[in-house]
Design a protein around this ligand. Structure first.
Ligand code: CMX
Length: 433
């Protein structure tokens, strides 16, 4: 058993005992009520899930196991010469609740790099899809295709005990996370670079930098961006579509491949992770319409109203929980200010940051007029040459996998049961509410 698994085993036992006593003591206490508006309205604000890895405050933003993004940038171990945290370290934190040492992070990195090999049939599955299949469709299909290797599915068939579920989940998750950058890079190079694939770098290069390398992006600043990007998108508590879908499907004891593929299908929706590609598409459409360059404020305002008046949303703005500017947006903005202050798309993104909130307030619909994580990532990626917008959500997915997979290990560790809320009909609401 690895040191990480041993630590996790002890923690799962301790937290499991605490949950048992909490249930005995407070099991009948209420933590909220559900209104008719919430039942029809996407369950906003209904407290009905327990997720250990992160918590989202509407006014402060995300905390990963209690730590803000700035904390992570200060305290998570870094790669040599890097100023950004290593994503592998965030996975350790999400999984254990403890800040890792550099040695802890090296151990995860080495374990993941050890598993970076796609089973032979996975490239064949991907290559059988049309070249214009959306990269998220390919990503989800690729994850699903790897399910043939699931340790959890095999051990379940062999009759493992419930108390062993988390152990088998953990084993699957460590293989899956090691393979995801390879899968993502395969999809990118297949779709956009004539299938000219780049093998992983020598062992020792960290997870984020190795992903950058396999994409064909060896600029040191892009490697820094990948580390930051993979940290920022990793987790956003349990109720967002990708996290909730992964958790829901996992509750049927579907293995991590089946569960993550489901979560990624949710991430691929334009109201969720796909918004990052839509933001860049929107900016490029403005530039094309106006003949290139940075538009004037008035031109941007006209374009924003044109979008809203045609019934579309302004991508990258608004949020189901947040009621302030997303700190993940601000972290990317700081990166842009430092590395690409004169970049044309960054200047447009910054102009939008000035303009959109007041326009959305005047429009009067969005409860949160401020930018979310997706409003910024595109201009950073384009700056370094990754201009194929349809690929962006795959990068989001590689990162999000860390959070939802850490949660899934905990779901099985705490023996959370099948998720099966009660639904009602409109007739029932009319007669009973
Ligand atoms: N532009 C225009 N209208 C918006 C809007 C935006 N950016 N954000 C919300 N609205 C509208 C909604 O469409 C809704 O309109 P209707 O009443 O006509 O249905 C109304 O304002 C109320 O919505 P809300 O309660 O403020 O927002 P929701 O919790 O329902 O939805 C979200 C949240 C993110 C889907 C929404 O703000 C949105 O569509 N934003 C644009 C897409 C986007 O950036 N998504 C990425 C979110 C982050 C992520 O998950 O990656």
């Amino acid at each position: 058993m690895t040191a990480l698994k041993e630590k996790l085993a002890a923690k799962i036992t301790a937290v499991g005992a605490e949950v048992t006593s909490l249930l005995a003591e407070k099991g009948e206490n209420k933590i909220g009520d559900v209104t008719v508006a919430q039942a029809y309205g996407g369950m906003r604000g209904v407290k009905a899930l327990v997720t250990e890895t992160s918590a989202l405050d509407p006014m402060e933003g995300i905390r990963f196991r209690g730590h803000t993004i700035t904390d992570l940038q200060r305290h998570l171990p870094r790669a040599e010469g890097s100023r950004q945290p290593r994503p592998e370290g965030l996975f350790y934190l999400l999984l254990t609740g403890e800040m890792p040492t550099p040695e802890d992070v090296d151990a995860i990195s080495a374990a993941w790099r050890e598993t970076e090999r796609l089973p032979d049939h996975v490239p064949a599955v991907l290559d059988s899809l049309p070249i214009d299949a959306h990269p998220m469709t390919q990503f989800s299909a690729g994850i699903l295709a790897m399910q043939t290797d699931s340790i959890f599915a095999r051990r379940y068939r062999e009759g493992m005990r419930k108390t062993e579920y988390w152990d088998a989940m953990y084993d699957d998750v460590m293989v899956l996370l090691g393979r995801l950058p390879l899968l993502a890079a395969y999809i990118y190079r297949r779709t956009f670079k004539n299938g000219e694939h780049i093998p992983p770098a020598e062992k020792g290069l960290d997870w984020g930098a190795n992903l950058a390398h396999m994409l064909g992006m060896d600029h040191p600043d892009f490697k820094e961006l990948m580390r930051l990007y993979l940290v920022l998108h990793a987790d956003h508590e349990g109720g967002n579509v990708s996290a909730h879908a992964t958790h829901l499907v996992g509750s049927a004891l579907s293995d991590p491949y089946l569960s993550l593929s489901a979560g990624m299908n949710g991430l691929a929706g334009p109201l969720h992770g796909l918004a990052n590609q839509e933001v860049m598409r929107w900016i490029v459409a403005v530039k094309e319409k106006l003949g290139g360059g940075v538009p004037t404020q008035d031109q941007l305002i006209d374009f924003l109203w044109e979008t809203l008046n045609s019934g579309r949303v302004i991508p990258g703005y608004g949020h189901g929980v947040l009621r302030t500017t997303d700190p993940r947006y601000m972290a990317q903005r700081r990166f842009a200010q430092e590395h690409l202050p004169e970049d044309e798309n960054f200047r447009i993104a910054d102009m939008l940051f000035d303009l959109v909130p007041s326009i959305l307030k005047e429009h009067g619909k969005a409860k949160n007029p401020w930018p979310n994580v997706d409003a910024h990532s595109g201009c950073l990626l384009v700056h370094y040459g990754l201009a194929e917008y349809d690929f962006y959500t795959v990068l989001f997915g590689v990162s999000r996998a860390m959070g939802v997979m850490a949660s899934l290990v905990w779901d099985r560790g705490l023996l959370l049961p099948l998720e099966r809320p009660k639904s009602v009909t409109t007739d029932w609401v009319r007669e009973n509410a």
